[in-house]
Design a protein around this ligand. Sequence first.
Ligand SMILES: [Zn+2]
Length: 227
Amino acid sequence: MKRLKIASQTPSRRGVNTSRFKESIEDWVPRTPLGRMVLEGKITSIGEVFNQGYKIYEPEIVDYLIPELRQEVLDVNLIQKQTDAGEKTRFKSLVIVGNHDGYFGLGSGRHVQTRKAIEKATIDAKLNIFPVRRGCGSWICGCGEPHSLPFKVTGKCGSVRVELIPGPKGLGIVSGETAKTIIAFAGIKDCWTRSHGSTKTVPSFAFATADALMNTYRIVSPQDWAR
Ligand SMILES: [Zn+2]
């Protein structure tokens, strides 16, 4: 029975995904109890993972449960460090993943090769996947549809503070490019943003925005996670 369930899901997955997904998923041998439950079809949605309070330790779980997941590189930076052996150069990359429908993750990775730094950041982003509570918290709008945020949220990272404010339908995301991409990946279409601190540092600004989005669920009890 369980096998059948998995098989019946395969066609839609094939339609959405690239060969990269097939490669990683077909050889996937789960290393955690959650991974095994996902592969055996005992857990079939990402919502269940959060409702039951599991922590994700394998990126394949996210690939498996959110086949329509997209990713984008937000930033790649060269970082140089003085060591005893001389100067050490590495790349630091920032990647956003999301389904544009209530789930997103932000991650970073470092490596001497750009490609590897992006790979590491993508894995990190998948492990950081988190639900976003959406709603229509704008008194101007009041349509009741989940196109914006249900209420105002604030996020912090270092000295950067980002505020996300519900907006009316059709407003769009009023913010700089980095925050706009992150908010859109989470599935929010309309909101205002306000920021304080050194917002020019892309990673801090990005993580403060992610923190604000995560606060849509963090400030309520886990029972509210049920949809
Ligand atoms: Zn509305």
